[in-house]
Design a protein around this ligand. Structure first.
Ligand code: AMP
Ligand code: ZN
Length: 462
């Protein structure tokens, strides 16, 4: 039974979808710059959750919006002196490239805000009809005192807010519950659309209410985002969606904790960020980065370091070698003896139970590596049987599926390794050392380490 923490109730709850298919909405990127690795902690976790649900045999319909109009995108376009769409197209393309590189699948729908202005206006009209709005200086605001459930997600205190205190900016401080802008009156230098309240543009929060309603309906199962979105973005989204339809829009609110650098949230404004591109340029492997992002349970803060990627790289390599070794062993095994089928089955079950328990990835990986250790030592001693090997193979493939980290490095057979070692020997005899080193490097790439000993060359898988 899958249990998931719900920010709305602040409790871990049994996951029961509203209907057969699970409907999931994820706040996507604001495409004004390259996403940083903190953003990708959130997006990789969303991909992981979707893979996990699928592995639990649910069909998942997922939507992730693209914020292509807000304060930040407009500012960037004005700074560069180019059109808004030049900026947003550039960074949207980059975002999808980065997602692919991290082996994240696309959602079924990636709607753009600018293509859903009509739907946003519809929500505003519903809110107006329900008496939840007012106009001030040509902009339309949501009056939070008229909505009794305001604060139910973030628990923000709306008592004592000054009547008429309001904000126009998209992001604001947690302490300040305020009437927020739904439709902003046209300003010099900003794109605009026509609406019943005059020319202007939508406030940021509105798009997610409009697009989730369009693609998933008035109520759906899971809504995701980083913890910084709880307030004001998601609180305001509830106010808009519920204010318009009268129904609570989301069953499970799923929020991912921050990725930190030296104890501080990684963010553009602090300047303490790495983009995926920065890391790839320095030779880091995207699958090691993905492993790192998933290795800490999503509700715990993750302290990001480059050493952390190195450690994750070793873990991934260890799993790759283990998988390759199982394949080799299955070919060699004539009559299996020994094995540890029960022990491996129990570890596999615990791996699954940890994930069922609100996606405790750290614990689940602990069980996986226990199985790797046991499997390796059985193979070292020549005490493995077919059922144990098969089970280990299944276990590893389950990890690959759920974590979205394929372990099939280019495979190399024992005979091929021996052949390459002979070739290297010949080259060394002929004093063609550069070529000999190249062969050694090729083997290293494939996870084979050579050791020159007094008794000749020995090799082992990393
Ligand atoms: P943005 O493009 O700024 O709207 O952010 C995209 C997603 O990344 C949102 O869900 C944010 O909550 C999330 N996010 C931003 N910074 C971090 C961080 N340091 N760690 C984890 N998630 C983050
Ligand atoms: Zn959103």
């Amino acid at each position: 039974m899958f249990k998931i923490f719900n920010t709305l109730s602040r409790e871990v709850e049994e996951f029961k979808p509203l209907e057969e298919k699970v409907k999931m909405y994820s706040c996507g990127p604001t495409v004004y710059d390259y996403a940083h690795i903190g953003n990708f902690r959130t997006f990789v976790t969303v991909d992981f959750l979707r893979r996990f649900l699928r592995w639990k045999n649910y069909q998942v319909i997922s939507v992730m919006n693209i914020t292509d109009i807000d304060d930040k995108t407009i500012r960037r376009a004005n700074e560069e002196g180019v059109s808004l769409s030049t900026i947003t197209k550039r960074y949207e393309d980059a975002f999808f490239e980065d997602l692919k590189c991290l082996n994240c699948e696309k959602a079924q729908f990636h709607p753009r805000a600018t293509e859903h202005i009509k739907e946003m206006i519809e929500i505003c009209k519903d809110l107006e009809k329900n008496g939840l709005t007012y106009i001030s200086q040509g902009s339309l605001y949501f009056r939070i005192n008229s909505f009794k459930n305001y604060g139910k997600l973030s628990k923000v205190d709306k008592e004592g807010i000054l009547e008429g205190a309001r904000v126009d900016s998209d992001e604001y401080e947690k302490e300040s519950a305020r009437d927020f802008v739904l439709w902003k009156a046209k300003k010099e230098g900003e794109p605009f659309w026509t609406s019943p309240w005059g020319e202007g543009r939508p406030g940021w929060h509105l798009e997610c209410s409009a697009m989730s309603r369009k693609y998933l309906g008035e109520t759906f199962d899971i809504h995701t985002g980083g913890v910084d979105l709880i307030f004001p973005h998601h609180e305001n989204e509830i106010a808009q969606s519920e204010g318009a339809s009268g129904k609570s829009p989301v069953k499970y609110w799923f929020h991912i904790e921050f990725l930190l650098v030296n104890g501080e949230k990684m963010s553009k404004s602090k300047g303490n960020f790495y983009t995926l591109r920065d890391l790839l340029k320095d030779g880091y492997d995207p699958m090691a980065i993905r492993f790192l992002l998933l290795s800490v349970p999503y509700r715990k803060k993750l302290n990001f370091t480059l050493e952390g990627i190195d450690a994750s790289k070793s873990s991934v390599k260890r799993l790759e070698s283990f998988k390759a070794r199982i394949v080799e062993e299955k070919k060699k095994l004539k009559e299996g003896v020994g094995g540890a089928e029960d022990e491996i089955a129990s570890l596999k079950r615990k791996f699954e139970e940890s994930l069922d328990d609100d996606l405790n990835t750290a614990e689940s990986l602990g069980f996986l590596f226990d199985a790797v250790r046991i499997g390796n030592s059985l193979m070292d001693r020549g005490e493995i049987d077919y059922p144990s090997l098969n089970l280990l193979e299944e276990f590893v493939s389950e990890f690959e599926n759920i974590f979205g980290i394929p372990l099939s490095r280019e495979e190399i057979l024992d005979e091929e390794i021996d052949k390459m070692i002979k070739e290297r020997e010949e080259l060394r005899k002929r004093k063609e050392f550069a070529k000999a080193d190249k062969v050694r490097d090729e083997l290293k790439e494939k996870g084979i380490v050579l050791e020159d000993t007094v008794n000749g060359v020995r090799w082992r898988r990393e």
